[in-house]
Design a protein around this ligand. Structure first.
Ligand SMILES: Cc1cc2nc3c(=O)[nH]c(=O)nc-3n(C[C@H](O)[C@H](O)[C@H](O)COP(=O)(O)OP(=O)(O)OC[C@H]3O[C@@H](n4cnc5c(N)ncnc54)[C@H](O)[C@@H]3O)c2cc1C
Length: 348
């Protein structure tokens, strides 16, 4: 038995079955996400950086009706050492990244010796697709990778981020989901010599489900996954009105995303899409302002890798202060408006 301390490291070996075809060529297939109209998701650039660290030639894969737009924008905007090919599979059934539809395609691509590694971000898309793909090819994926130590050796958080496990896998195919926030973006530039190849989706007859509709909340704020600054609120706010009244102006002056604790979500202060933590989103902005939240371990699991953490709390013993770069002790109802005004004045 070992006692868990913050970020303690344990080592694990996975000597799992190597039943899938043996891989002779080291090469990485990376599924890059785009918005429905084909704009590159910023997390794709972090995924490519992680793929680079595997030191294999990289094939970037785009799927869906607007896959070509994503492929072209990658070619025109990114310089990525090791990127050798961009593969496009343009098919309506691959829209929305439904795992039931994409997995048969990935199984087909990963057959044989071409690819030794498959990488995808630990986004909701990645979390949906990777387990299904792994089950279909009888493979043990390594999820939530935060560090790549070699082609077979990866670090991932366990126990809600309280420990780091170093995992060495002997499987022929390495299936990885990667925490985008743990890796930098690849360099901006151009990949002029990289060829875009379109391939057909041949085994789509097996697809059992169809996308019907989506009911999305649009905020106009930076997405939490890629926001450079996040203002996050907790149970200190008594109702939705005060949560919004105090946090929105602060987020506005900083052009920040708004996050929340699970207690804030459960108390109806905000939508659950704002929840950050073990059962919410994992974020790592440059600046995280924790407003009236205690810093429970499950919340820290989602934000403790942020660059600078500012905590505002009226309890000097609140655990969040131990994780904060700067602490402001006092009533959020007084401090937040004052801070907002001071930032506004400094911006003039
Ligand atoms: C399995 C599991 C998963 C979970 N997943 C998550 C998760 O993903 N994300 C998450 O956030 N939580 C998660 N939780 C819940 C977590 O344990 C905490 O309950 C939650 O994070 C507490 O939220 P809070 O900090 O807003 O509330 P509290 O812990 O109640 O803290 C409120 C803080 O506000 C301060 N405060 C009160 N009034 C004021 C004021 N006027 N001015 C200044 N400060 C004030 C208090 O001092 C206190 O520190 C999970 C729990 C479990 C069991």
């Amino acid at each position: 038995m070992f006692r868990l301390t913050s970020r303690r490291t344990v080592s694990l070996m996975t000597n799992l079955p190597t039943s899938f075809h043996s891989s002779k060529l080291a090469s990485t297939l990376a599924l890059l996400e785009t918005s429905p109209d084909g704009n590159l998701d910023p997390s794709s650039l972090n995924l490519l950086q992680a793929a680079k660290l595997l030191k294999n030639p990289i094939t970037a894969l785009f799927v869906g009706p607007n896959a070509s737009t994503g492929a072209q924008s990658l070619k025109d905007s990114v310089k990525c050492e090791g990127l050798s090919k961009i593969v496009v599979v343009k098919d309506d059934s691959l829209a929305h990244y439904l795992p039931e539809n994409i997995s048969p395609l990935l199984v087909e691509l990963l057959k044989g010796d071409t690819y030794s590694h498959f990488v995808i971000t630990s986004s909701s898309t990645g979390k949906n697709i990777l387990p299904r793909l792994a089950a279909l090819i009888d493979n043990q994926p390594v999820c939530d990778v935060v560090k790549i130590e070699g082609p077979n050796k990866f670090v991932r958080p366990i126990y809600a981020g309280n420990a780091l496990a170093t995992i060495e896998t002997s499987q022929d195919k390495k299936l990885l989901s990667v925490r985008a926030s743990a890796f930098d973006s690849v360099e901006e530039g151009k990949s002029e010599n990289v060829e875009i190849v379109e391939i057909p989706f041949t085994n789509k007859d097996a697809i059992p489900i169809k996308w019907l509709s989506a009911n999305l909340t649009k905020t106009g704020r930076p997405d939490l996954g890629s926001a450079k600054t996040i203002v996050s609120g907790g149970r200190a706010f008594k109702d939705k009105e005060s949560f919004e009244k105090y946090l929105t102006p602060l987020a506005d002056v900083l052009d920040a995303g708004i996050g929340a604790t699970r207690a804030a979500v459960d108390n109806g202060l905000c939508d659950n899409s704002l929840q950050i933590g073990q059962t919410g989103k994992i974020v790592a902005p440059n600046l995280y302002i924790a407003v009236g939240l205690s810093g429970a371990v499950q919340h820290l699991a989602g934000m403790k890798d942020s660059g600078t953490i500012v905590a505002i709390n009226n309890d000097p013993d609140a655990p969040i202060f131990k994780n904060a770069t700067y602490g402001l002790e006092g009533d959020v109802l007084k401090i937040v408006p004052e801070l907002t005004e001071k930032i506004k004045a400094a911006q003039k």
